[in-house]
Design a protein around this ligand. Structure first.
Ligand code: S3P
Length: 435
């Protein structure tokens, strides 16, 4: 699909079961691969990123059955049971696959090489390579280990203490996975406030992990605390649901419901921001599914005002900033996004690409070193041709902007959405009622 052309519909209505959470889907495969026993995973996200993880894990000698598109059976090989892959491991577009595998493989006594597509090969890896080397890992790569391909000669690792300087769940998880093969406990302090699915899942698998407000400690597994297989239903992805929340909030005649979405506190900054902007957003039926809180979210047409998105909120909504920027462009008044320099290290430089796209639609947007300032005005977006630059979240954010833009919006490379949301375009067609 080369390009897709959209116009604003008269109405948006629907109940949308969003696909399984991307972060939890990756972890359900990676962690169960090294567990004892077999795990049955349902509502797995069959997006390109998670399928990269499945392919790499199979290449490491693990049997993963896929009896249905969203269902996996992972036959764990136990701690230390992975075997040397016969070829380079291709992580595709997925930073989570590459960084979590790097941590896991650093402690396995064999050679492996991790690579990915042009976007992934351009992203910074020193953030994992430096602390993993401090734990004794032998890792090398382009630019002294800062860019993939990364070559790993696995060996015995040390635990110790590491202070995280960026709030990244990929870095945190890479180090915790490395620590599964370390001789001493690993303690992490500093910016541990990123999404905590790894901590929750490892604890549910029986590992000894203690989490307080300012530190995480993982004990080296003993026979009694070796990970055991964990079957689970993956909750809906709040990062995917956020597209529908914004669509409903900015469209003048809308009501969209997203049932069964993960409401983990480390993931729902977008709900808080939309409510602060005045969105008619209600969370219902909050419940616990496995180790994650979930609930149903209803959003109706709203009158939005500008806000500030900064500080510790940022890691709790980092992937939602492209679509929140669309909401800000449709709100009254200024929205300031700061402390979000991490956006520059995503699938694209999302400060540059989001600001350029919204500007092309007629919004006044000023990119800054660590965010952007958006001067919002309801009704200001004008349809145009926008590039997704193969970035899934950009492709989908532009589709949501098109729901309220004047005239036609054409999005190039829309197939990028399949990285995290394979049925996005079909669902978009389903919720629109003709103009
Ligand atoms: C993820 C962590 C985040 C997020 C990414 C998924 C994860 O990245 O942007 O989409 O599953 O651990 P960082 O760790 O780089 O912040």
């Amino acid at each position: 699909m080369k390009g897709i052309t959209l116009t604003a519909p008269k109405r948006l209505r629907g109940v949308i079961e969003v696909p399984g959470d991307k972060s939890i889907s990756h972890r359900s495969v990676l962690f169960n691969a090294i567990a004892t026993g077999s795990a049955h995973i349902t509502h797995f996200l069959p997006g390109a990123d998670c399928l990269s993880t499945v392919a790499c894990i199979r290449a490491l000698g693990v049997t993963v059955e896929q009896p249905a598109e969203r269902e996996l059976i992972v036959h764990g090989v136990g701690l230390g049971g992975l075997r040397e892959p016969a070829d380079v491991l291709d992580c595709g577009n997925s930073g989570t696959t590459l960084r979590l595998l790097a941590g896991l493989l650093a402690g396995h006594p064999f050679f492996s090489v991790l690579t990915g597509d042009a976007s992934l090969r351009s992203r910074p890896q020193r953030r994992i390579v430096v602390p993993l080397r401090a734990m004794g890992a032998q890792i090398d790569g382009r630019d002294d280990g800062d860019r993939a391909p990364l070559a790993i000669r696995g060996n015995r690792l040390r635990g110790g203490h590491y202070e995280l300087s960026i709030a990244s769940a990929q870095v945190k998880s890479a180090l915790l996975l490395a620590a599964l093969n370390a001789e001493q406990p690993l303690t992490l302090t500093g910016r541990i406030d990123s999404r905590d699915h790894t901590e929750r899942m490892l604890a549910a698998m029986g590992l000894e992990i203690t989490v307080t407000a300012d530190q995480i400690t993982l004990q080296p597994p003993s026979e009694a605390t070796a990970p055991t297989a964990l079957s689970l239903r993956v909750p809906g992805d709040p990062s995917s649901a956020a597209f529908w929340w914004v669509a409903a909030a900015i469209h003048p005649d809308a009501e969209l419901v997203t049932p069964g979405v993960c409401l983990n506190p480390t993931r729902i900054g977008a709900i808080e921001v939309l409510q602060a902007m005045g969105a008619d957003l209600t969370v219902m039926n909050e419940r616990l599914e496995g180790s994650e809180p979930v609930g149903d979210v209803v959003v109706r047409s709203s009158t939005l005002r500008g806000t500030t998105i900064a500080g510790t909120l940022i890691p709790r909504l980092i992937d939602e900033i492209p679509v929140l920027a669309v909401a800000a462009a449709c709100a009254s008044g200024e929205t300031v996004i700061r402390d979000a320099q991490e956006l520059r290290a995503k699938e694209t430089d999302r400060i540059a690409t989001v600001a350029a796209g919204l500007s092309a639609m007629g919004a006044v947007v000023e990119p800054t070193a660590d965010g952007m300032v958006i001067v919002g005005q309801p009704g200001q977006l004008q349809g145009t041709t926008l590039n997704s630059f193969h970035d899934h979240r950009l492709a989908m954010a532009w589709a949501i902007a098109a729901m309220v833009a004047r005239g036609e919006t054409t999005i190039l490379e829309p197939a990028a959405a399949a990285v995290s949301y394979p049925e996005f375009w079909q669902t978009l067609a389903m919720v629109q009622e003709a103009a």
